[in-house]
Structure formats: C-alpha cells, structure tokens
Design a binder for this molecule. Sequence first.
Ligand code: SF4
Length: 462
Amino acid sequence: MFEDIPVDVSPMYEGERIRSANMFVELAGPKSVGAELIQVADDVEDGKIEVVGPELSAMKEGEIYPLGILAQIQGEKLEKELEGVIERRIHELCNYVKGFMHLNQRDQIWCRVSKESVNAGFKLEDLGKALSILLKEEFPIIEKISVSILTEESEVESFLETARAQYEVRDARARELSDEDVDVFYGCTMCQSFAPSHVCIVTPDRTALCGAINWFDCRAAAKMDPDGPIFEVEKGEVLDDVKGEYSNVNAVMAEKSQGMTERVYLHSVFEYPHTSCGCFEAVAFYIPELDGIGIVDRDFRGETPLGIPFSAMAGQCSGGKQVEGFTGLSLEYMRSPKFLQADGSYERIIWLPKEIKESLTDFIPEELFDKIPTEEDASSIKEIRRFLRESEHPVIERLKASKAAAAELEIIEDETEEVEVSEAPMAQVAYAPEISVPAAGGVRIILKNAKVYAEKVIIKRK
Ligand code: SF4
C-alpha cells in the first residue's frame, strides 16, 4: 500500500518525537504559520496530490517553514458535519509516517521532519500520499480524495484565512445550542492512544478541549460509526446543573476511564474537574493566593503567574489525570455562557494572555473586561493583586470575605517584616499535582494531588 513511500507508515510511529538535534526542518508551529482543513467538495480529482511551494529538497536544514494541509473529500454518504471529526484524525495519521511529527490541530499545528527521513528520500508529496491512503482506509465513506500540501508563505497565509473562516462557521453553529436543549452528550476516546484513561465529554456548551470537535461534529461521527471512538452519552439525571454533573456522564466516565475518574463537573475547576489529555488549547488554573482562576493557552510563551510556562503546567495536568484546580479547555468554551459557571465564570478570572483576552472582547462581560489583567499588566501574584485592587475586580470582595485572605492582604500593606497568620484554622498553603519525597531505605514516596494544610503560616520578607 505504501510501497512508493521511502519510509515506513504504521501506527507504531505514533509516539515518535523529533528533537531539534534530529530535526531537518520545522513546519508551522509557534514561530511560523500553519493550518489543516478537511473540506467535503464536489468534483474531487481522486488521488491528486500536490505540493504548492518548496519541497523538502529545496528547504534549508534547521529552518522553519509555513505549512498548510488541505484534503478535499467526496462521497455519497459524506456530510459537511463530518469535516471536523475527519480533520481531527489528520494528527494521528500524519504521526504514522516515520520521521514526521505532527502536534495539535486546526491553526495550531506544529510539525517536524527528521533528518533520517529526508536522507531516506522522504518528500512532502509522500506525506500527502500517506494521508490520502490512510484517510480512505479509516473512513470508507470517502470515495474520492485529493491532498494539497502548501509551503509557499503567501499561499499558507491565504489558506489560513479560509481555514479560520471554516472553523468559525463550525463553532458559531454549536453556539446556537445549549446543554439544556439536548438529552444526549457525546464522549470521545480518540486520545486514549497516549492518555489511556482520558475521556472527553462534548456538550453543546463544552466544545472538546482540543477545540477541534463540537457537539454537532460528534453527532455526525457517532451516526457514521456507532462503534467508533465517538459515542453517545445519555445525560441521565441532572445531579447539579450549575456544576454540570450528570449521573450517566459519571457512569460512562467511570467505565471508559477504567475506573480512574468516577465523577466529573463539566463547568468547574474544583473537586471533580474534566480530565485533560494533552491536546487542550488552554488550561484554567487556580491561583490560591488570590482565590481566582488564571487561563493560559499553548501559544503563550512566557511564564504564568504560577511561575511556570504553559508546557510545564500542561505536563502536570495532562495524561488523563483529574487534577483539582486545573482543567484543560478549548478557547471556544470560553465563549460559552456556561464557561466555568460554577466557579463564577469571568468574575473569577484574574489573569489571561492579552491575545486571548482580545479575541474574547464580545464574550467577556463589558464591566469586567478592563478588570482582568494580562501579561502586560501583571505577571506575579503581587502585581496581579495590586491590579485587581486598583481595578476593583469582584474577586477582591471574595478575598475580603475570607479572614485568612484578608489577613494576608494586611501583611502586604503593613510591610511587616515577619508575620504569623494563625487566624485561619488549617489554611491550605500549597497544592501540587505530584510531590516526590525521598525516604530512608531507598524508598521514594510520591504524593499525588497533594494539598498541604498548615495551622500556622509564617511569611518572612527576605
Ligand atoms: S481532545 Fe478529546 S475530543 Fe479531541 S480528539 Fe482527543 S479525546 Fe477526542
């Protein structure tokens, strides 16, 4: 099937990582532009593969180039609603190609080609061929397929605009429905290949955390392949409509996660947040010092107010783990009226990257917009606290309502050299998804989802 492709094509290469030392070129990613798109079309020229722009042989080792992947598909049973779900498989299928690494989805793709593959004669045309074969194999309802790989900068830029317009059409459609309007949600286990206990629950209000699949996409996928990785989940009894807890969602979670997750709140980062595989577009994280929630997306390059970058935070809360205080989410979910509604929604958001904030101008309540700091306003907890106070963010009222937090605020104001905070019995002073503690006898104790409580907190100025 892949005889004329000079490298192996098999699911066994799915986990392959291409580090910089072994990389011939990088395509798309944070330092360039890129997108992928599946389009159902008429008059598709079956088997057509084209590369528009420089092939790998014309690229310079170590450089970064733009990349567009467009597959046009045709088939009697193909519906437009299936585009998002088929498109989501591009990630997995590209990774079957030895020496080609594909991360993320939509306009977030980030790819690398290894030196070894290029030395073996691998071309981007081969990637197109492999995709064409694999997509037809995975989705027998695709009768005709053509694949275009774009590397010419101007072509990729204009393709990016087209792709973004298509994503917006899909997302906007899903915005018309809400969780109450349906009896059925959908589950997705596509990412269990690398996060074995992870299950996504996709509802009209909660688009999948990868941002690539919405409720309508899932409905079409489950209809096309009822035994596939996307399946119906009857809501069952509503246990908490604000937190978004449903009896049958819990039951399906427990079954499909092999008992790892027994409860899930769809609209909260606390207690039983939705699990995260690793494909999330952004992470919501609790900032205990300010009793608020920050959001960071994968394009953000700096450090979060927790003192770690997105990549480190993603490592702590991905892999299908349920980590209280953290949840992976799609940027589209931030446009939902149910966005973290159990936690206070935007009234509880106290830090956001500027780019994300600006993209949500129509969705963040007007009276809160200027009260939420970005990296340009504040980056440390202290700076955020000052900004929140000055802008009279509602979270300050929450803080004042808490005796312990109020005491902590006074410490800063009084500039006391050393203060004991003992008013709050057993205040939570630290939270960590994983702490490793060396012990005697060659044993290491690992505490998962550790919460550290203290009777007394002493704050010392250095
Ligand atoms: S992130 Fe969730 S919805 Fe998206 S492909 Fe993975 S399991 Fe499916």
